[in-house]
Design a protein around this ligand. Structure first.
Ligand code: XMP
Length: 512
């Protein structure tokens, strides 16, 4: 595509963040594997190229190297960390392991305040994460920034438009990182600002149409932001070829099933199958306490139901999922095989292998706030767009211990109060997630003149930008008091409320 930026992926955990920053600068970007041939890359007619960082060390054997011709192509290149070292190696500078590795926030002194570092102060904070460093510049290059540990923390060959930075401008810990990327895109590569959410939606719709042709697509709708935006995007693209299945597992928030049917079936006129399976799930969950077992049972039962429904719909070729980039990286690691599985978020993997369906995942490279922007572009109701994330296993992982119909009812009632009061206080959108958790303990209380021995509810509210890290929300005392009073007075079976003041890490957002 004209005016695009190609990101060569050398395995950095931040590669998707680079692409995201480029999108934020309103420029189209595409990530390609590092070993793409120069010819293939030039066919894409990029206006600029970025080499990502990566975990490898150039002092070792069998490291990822790109086609050397790319560096000689005349297209502006920015190498980040490993990418910078690679440019150095190819152009006969010297890279070696450093005796001091730099990790974390570092002060960068800028020597040349034009081009890449235009409109920045002389000293800025940047985020470093490297062990190798550039010891000798390739010929024709000059150092444009330094740190205490390195006189070549950034370099350039102005004439050939080749740039390198040892730090990571794409992460938020480099506060002026976006400005640096903007400078590269606009001042050096002369990219135009023409890639908007509208273009992204248009592009997705046309590629979904092309891929699906006249076949059928099945989509599991949960009523959450991601699957809702996905369903509307697919509906725009392929209309009645889309078949949504919404399974009420009995673990949803209060009145959620009815709301989903009203919006999608009645308002949007989407092909929607509403499956009432509350009893089925409850039966399978009886006596199950282990959180991962709960997830597996719910995931498995969901697949069963989904398969049964798919059969009824007839030959289906595609399965659409609202998988987001953070779901992908929390469940697998891109280059070094499976990383530690903290929780098995079940929309990654599972269904397709069994059902031989081709996956459509238009949001696989996007972050939640970007999906919300797509929802806004598609004019989805605000209530859906700003909805807090809700886990696939639903209330089962917010009822610590045994799940029963009675405990679900208690939690639904308490949860509805939490959400209502937070909305009333005007804080709903400022908070990433807020919910109630039903604990497996009872506490003594006094109501009227009588002793009570009832359940304890924990309130959880966190701020976050992507759910990968989170801070407990500093809710006003008056709001906490109001929520506590209302739950204790209105929800039968609860006599105590506690507020969870732990952050992620080391805790997680959900209790289970
Ligand atoms: P944790 O608890 O891991 O949650 O900090 C991070 C985000 O993921 C959601 N979550 C899940 N979503 N299936 C899902 O679809 C799951 O099993 C699951 N577990 C946690 C959680 O609500 C938060 O937004």
């Amino acid at each position: 595509m004209e005016n695009s930026v190609i990101v060569l992926d050398f395995g950095s955990q931040y590669t998707q963040l680079i692409a995201r920053r480029i999108r934020e600068c309103k420029v189209y970007s595409e990530i390609v594997p590092y070993n793409i041939s120069c010819r293939e890359l030039l066919n894409k007619k990029p206006k600029a190229i970025i080499f990502s960082g990566g975990p490898a060390s150039l002092s070792k054997e069998n490291v990822p190297l790109c086609d050397k011709k790319i560096i000689q192509s005349g297209i502006p290149i920015l190498g980040i960390c490993y990418g910078m070292q690679l440019i150095t190696l190819f152009l006969r500078g010297r890279v070696s392991p450093s005796s001091l590795c730099e990790y974390g926030k570092t002060s960068l002194h800028i020597n040349k305040k034009d081009g890449l570092f235009a409109n920045l102060n002389s000293n800025i904070t940047v985020w470093m994460s490297h062990t190798d460093k550039v010891y000798k510049l390739p010929s024709g290059f000059e150092s444009i920034a330094s740190t205490q540990n390195s006189s070549i923390a950034a370099f350039r060959n102005k004439e050939k438009k080749l740039y390198g930075v040892q730090f990571h401008p794409e992460v938020v810990h480099t506060p002026k990182g976006k400005k640096i990327i903007e400078n590269f895109l606009y001042k050096i590569a002369h990219c135009q600002k023409n890639w908007t959410m509208k273009s992204l939606v248009k592009h997705s719709i046309s590629s979904i149409r092309k891929q699906v042709a006249d076949k059928k697509v099945i989509c599991a709708l949960s009523g959450g932001v991601d699957s809702s935006v996905l369903a509307i995007l697919l509906h725009e693209a392929i209309g009645r070829q889309l078949h949504c299945v919404f399974v009420n597992n009995g673990l949803l928030r209060k009145d959620e099933g009815e709301k989903v049917v009203k919006t999608f079936k009645h308002h949007y006129n989407i092909n929607l199958k509403y499956v009432r399976a509350e009893k089925r799930f409850l039966k399978k969950l009886k006596g199950i306490i282990d959180p991962e077992k709960k997830r597996k049972i719910i995931g498995h039962e969901f697949i069963q139901i989904f398969q049964e429904e798919a059969k009824k719909i007839g030959p289906v070729n595609f399965l659409a999922q609202g998988t987001l980039y953070p779901d992908v990286i929390e469940s697998i690691s891109a280059h070094s095989g499976p990383s530690a599985t903290i929780k098995s978020h079940h929309n990654v993997g599972g269904l397709p292998k069994k059902m031989h369906l081709t996956l459509i995942e238009p949001f696989r490279n996007l972050f939640k706030d970007e999906v919300r922007k797509i929802g806004l572009t598609l004019k989805l109701p605000q209530e859906i767009i700003w909805r807090h994330p809700f886990p696939g296993p639903g209330l089962a992982i917010r009822i610590v211990g045994n799940v029963s119909a009675e405990r679900i009812k208690i939690l639904q009632a308490a949860d509805a109060i939490v959400i209502e009061e937070i909305k009333k206080a005007g804080l709903y959108r400022k908070i990433w997630q807020a919910f109630a958790v039903l604990l497996p303990i009872k506490s003594v209380g006094v109501m009227g003149d009588a002793r009570t021995y009832e359940n304890v509810i924990a309130l959880r509210a966190v701020t976050s930008c992507d759910g990968m890290t989170a801070d407990w929300a500093k809710l006003p005392d008056s709001l906490l008091g109001e929520i506590s009073n209302k739950i204790i007075n209105q929800v039968k079976g609860v006599n105590r409320i506690v507020y969870d003041i732990s952050s992620k890490p080391p805790s997680t957002i959900e209790w289970e």
